[in-house]
Design a protein around this ligand. Structure first.
Ligand SMILES: Cc1cc2nc3c(=O)[nH]c(=O)nc-3n(C[C@H](O)[C@H](O)[C@H](O)COP(=O)(O)O)c2cc1C
Length: 216
């Protein structure tokens, strides 16, 4: 054991937050205290980022008409997704894919404008800005779970329409609508597994040694 390791209880808490984090779509309203929301956003802001570019921007949605506008954009995309799915269309429409109407807080996580100026770590992999924003969202997700709050990541929307709705500058891009708040209970498994939509693959199918597909 490294001298720098956390105590056994602290380690267990970290692994518990990781294991019990769920993507939540059922919320019970309520509210998130301002100091708690600030703590969660600070956790997001402590994420790693390529070249320390910190490309994340978070827009807290406070106006009901904007929340309704976002819900409408998601509904349009939900229907288009179902149409694209063909034979699984009806099954998809029965899934709950967002909790925008019931969550205490609605956040939009976005990439900043002017990202082309940041080339450190992005010359061959420009999508590392998105990877960095994803790290921030994961921090927020895990911190929320530790605080007993659910978070749901919604990516069913037209980014240009959402950017227009929120007055975002050219070059910026909304990436996630985040539903955050108290929940009745956390799903024991990913909801898509519980609903029979998808199955999880075991880790050993996804770890290779030396060459692609080669098991260790
Ligand atoms: C990048 C990303 C986008 C996602 N978009 C949606 C979405 O639009 N709607 C939804 O219901 N879930 C969405 N999810 C949640 C996934 O369905 C969920 O993470 C997955 O089923 C595993 O469940 P778990 O997060 O509870 O472990 C998204 C997750 C990620 C990481």
């Amino acid at each position: 054991m490294s001298d720098h390791a956390f105590s056994p209880e602290e380690r267990a808490a970290v692994y518990r937050a990781i294991a019990e984090r769920r993507d939540m779509r059922h919320f019970v309203g309520g509210e998130v205290a301002p100091e708690l929301l600030a703590r969660l956003l600070q956790a997001a802001h402590q994420a790693p980022s390529v070249g320390l570019m910190q490309p994340w921007r978070f827009i807290r949605i406070t106006r009901p008409e904007l929340r309704a506008g976002i819900q409408a954009l998601v509904e349009v995309e939900r229907v288009k997704t179902a149409e694209t799915l063909g034979e699984r269309s009806d099954e998809f429409m029965r899934l709950k894919v967002e909790g925008i109407g019931d969550c205490a807080e609605l956040l939009v996580a976005a990439l900043m404008e002017g990202r082309e100026a940041h080339v450190f770590g992005r010359r061959t992999l420009p999508q590392m800005d998105l990877a960095s924003l994803s790290c921030a969202i994961q921090n927020l997700w895990l911190a929320a779970r530790a605080e007993g709050l659910g978070l749901g990541w919604v990516s069913l929307f037209d980014p240009l329409e959402l950017a227009r709705l929120l007055g975002m500058p050219a070059g910026s891009q909304p990436v996630a609508v985040l539903c955050l708040g108290p929940v009745g209970e956390f799903y024991e498994q990913p909801m898509l597994v519980q609903e029979g939509w998808a199955r999880e693959r075991p880790l050993d199918e996804l770890v290779f040694a030396d060459h692609w597909g080669q098991r260790s």
